[in-house]
Write a protein that binds this ligand. Structure first.
Ligand code: ZN
Length: 443
């Protein structure tokens, strides 16, 4: 609480010195001041909530854990006047989603707030728990991606309630249970989110705050993410004949050729290509949840099966289609006596391209920054952002990255920078309160 106050004041002072007249650490509007005070007064409570959420493992495939985190969020939103329901997703082989609706006056901008309950760290991951690393850094699964953002969303809503600015606001919260490993089919698994998109006017997503050289960045675009699987097959045999025309090279060599050709031939602007899991031998399988693999084989036997999984990320559907065709052509150049095929999953995310309407929303966030005495947030580079749920409602103006700052998302050692918690909640509360007062852009 104290630290953020100092940080805000210092940032305001720096700005005031650079551009006289702009900097002012406390907003002049009494309701806005009350929201800032509430966020800061609730700091310890919000931190405790984050700790308790992080301590429950909610890997996407740990349905019990995901639902438990959903129940904990429900307990926060119901006292704020939200109608909360759990939308089970057995039909998509996932835990389900939390959907919460706050009915306001009906007259202001209707807001969709997007979060997720799951993390990439499954029950069998060695990365679990909550470890404080000094004053402001905490390590743990989902600390910044994105239980931290979920807590920031809740903190902002609670501040709005305390200041009387929530009462008239029309807000839908959707926290999905499988953002990190989406179920299929899309039409079933994301119906709640897409329906909520059509019922609202703007989308605000609380994934991690982007920062560059210590500066907070505004985000209005995301790249796509699509998973692929390559399966290679070959004639088995004695290793003494490997790579002779009669015996062939085996499935592992064929897979290695493909992956290395991908690495050398695919790179282009806005594209990344990753291999995340591999298995090969006399027999190789990937487990049904696609989070692990098994293999058996011997050093003196030519391998018969090999499988690899990974993803590609692009900035547009055209780029996606072109890169997929290039990958298929690489796969088709088989080594002697081998076969391979590539498939693309229906569980990815489309790209969210930057739009003028989203830029206007970022401009409103920057007006909030001015009121808080904070520096302006320039528009960030979409290449630096992963894919996410907000891209599925990209027909709405959208802002992303309203959540917790941190490092190392998706890898053991993920941390959150707790200094960003209060300031992000203050920004979100003021932005939402202002949007709620603006007339609805459509009936
Ligand atoms: Zn996330």
């Amino acid at each position: 609480m104290f630290k953020t106050l100092l940080l805000t004041a210092a940032a305001g002072l720096a700005l005031a010195m650079a551009a006289p007249g702009i900097g002012c650490a406390a907003p002049s509007d009494p309701a806005e001041r009350k929201m800032v005070e509430t966020v800061q007064a609730d700091h310890a409570r919000n931190l405790k909530l984050l700790e308790s959420l992080v301590l429950v493992n909610s890997g996407s495939m740990n349905f019990k854990g995901v639902e438990q985190v959903g129940q904990m969020v429900r307990a926060e939103l119901e006292p704020l006047g939200f109608q909360v329901r759990w939308s089970p997703m057995a039909a998509a082989n996932r835990a389900g989603h939390l959907v919460a609706i706050h009915k306001g006056s009906g007259r202001g901008v209707h807001m969709l707030l997007i979060g997720h309950l799951d993390t990439v760290f499954e029950l069998d991951s060695p990365f679990q728990g909550w470890t404080l690393k000094g004053n402001d850094i905490v390590e743990g699964p989902g600390t910044s991606d994105m239980k931290g953002g979920d807590v920031i969303m809740i903190a902002a809503l609670r501040a709005m309630q305390a200041a009387g600015t929530l009462k008239d606001a029309d807000i839908t919260v959707v926290m999905t249970g499988d953002e990190e490993k989406r179920g299929a089919p899309l039409a079933v698994d994301r119906k709640d989110l897409i329906d909520a998109g059509h019922a609202n006017d703007v989308a605000l997503e609380f994934e991690g705050l982007a920062r560059q050289n210590g500066q907070d960045i505004g985000s209005i675009a995301r790249r796509s993410s699509g998973a692929w699987t390559v399966r290679a097959h070959a004639k088995s045999g004695h290793s003494s004949g490997v790579c002779t025309p009669q015996a062939g090279c085996g499935a592992i060599y064929e897979l290695a050729r493909i992956l290395d050709d991908f690495r050398r031939e695919l790179p282009e602007p806005h594209l990344t290509y990753n291999v995340g899991l591999i298995s090969g031998g006399s027999q190789a399988t990937i487990n049904p949840t696609e989070t692990g693999a098994t293999a058996s084989g011997k050093s003196n036997v030519i391998s018969a099966e090999a499988i690899a999984m990974g993803d590609i990320r692009t900035l547009s559907p055209e780029q996606e289609a072109r890169v997929r065709a290039k990958m298929a052509a690489i796969v088709a150049k088989h080594l002697p006596k081998t076969q391979a095929e590539i498939s693309f999953a229906d569980t990815g995310y489309p790209a969210m391209a930057p739009t003028e309407a989203s830029r206007k929303l970022l401009a409103k966030l920057n007006q909030v920054n001015t009121s808080l005495g904070l520096p302006q947030m320039p528009e960030g580079d979409p290449d630096k952002r992963g894919a996410g749920d907000i891209a599925l409602v990209s027909f709405l103006p959208g802002l992303l990255g309203l959540g917790m700052g941190g490092e190392g998302a998706h890898a053991p050692g993920e941390t959150a920078d707790l200094k960003t918690m209060d300031v992000q909640a203050e920004r979100a509360a003021l932005l939402m309160a202002r949007l709620a007062k603006e007339p609805r852009p459509r009936p």
